[in-house]
Design a protein around this ligand. Sequence first.
Ligand code: SF4
Length: 262
Amino acid sequence: MVERFDIVLNTPAGELSSALDVPTGFVPVTAIVPAMRRLGEEAERLEERRASEAGRTISCRMGCAACCRMMVPVAPPEAFALKEYVDNLPADRRHHIARRLTETKHHLEEHGLLDQLYAVAEGTEAQSDEEFEPLNRAYYSLRMPCPFLEQEMCSIYEARPAACRELLVTSPAEWCQDLVHNPVQAIPVPVRMGSALGLLWADLTQSAPKLIPLPIAIDWAERHQAENQPRWQGTTLLDQALDKIWRLLSQAFQGSGEKADS
Ligand code: SF4
């Protein structure tokens, strides 16, 4: 059983209205992930429209995956959702992904980064973007393709994390070959849905907000499977998720002098 909710959010790029079907029964936290990603994509489309009205064209195209060499952070609900997605793939795909993940972890270990990634995933204190920056840079300096990248295409496209849906640039595509040294122009992200899901999880589990590096997200989900057993009423999850989205939108409005009403 689902109930339809009409959601209206005021974003920096305009009003977003969307209809979401939410389960009325008790569900795992992963049940809210698709709805939140969808809201994030719809908010992003408003920003794309604003960029287009300002004469800027999105350069991102299928087959261009220069940005799939960055460290992608995923929230715990996304890590559980990714594990479920991979668990339901045919055996040959599952084995292939397991092999790619193992290769990726070996590569990270050879460069002294694997333990740091596990420390981030298992940390009990929230870390700021500034604290993450040295690790982000070290990871990106490897130019290592994401373990889910195949022939420069995302092999888990429908299940890719929220963070992967949020980077769109209007600068020349070739500049993305070096995101550190080139003045890449990304369109603003109204709400980082990975962050919103991280805040939601922190509230549900009374823990510090955390984001997990994608190459070890499935490992993390396996180790923490017991935390994915509780069930919440779908409407409660939606209420709490919207509260986090509103909080992040309020931050996005700070400085512009406008207000985020929802
Ligand atoms: S999950 Fe897909 S879109 Fe995201 S970095 Fe990996 S290959 Fe790229």
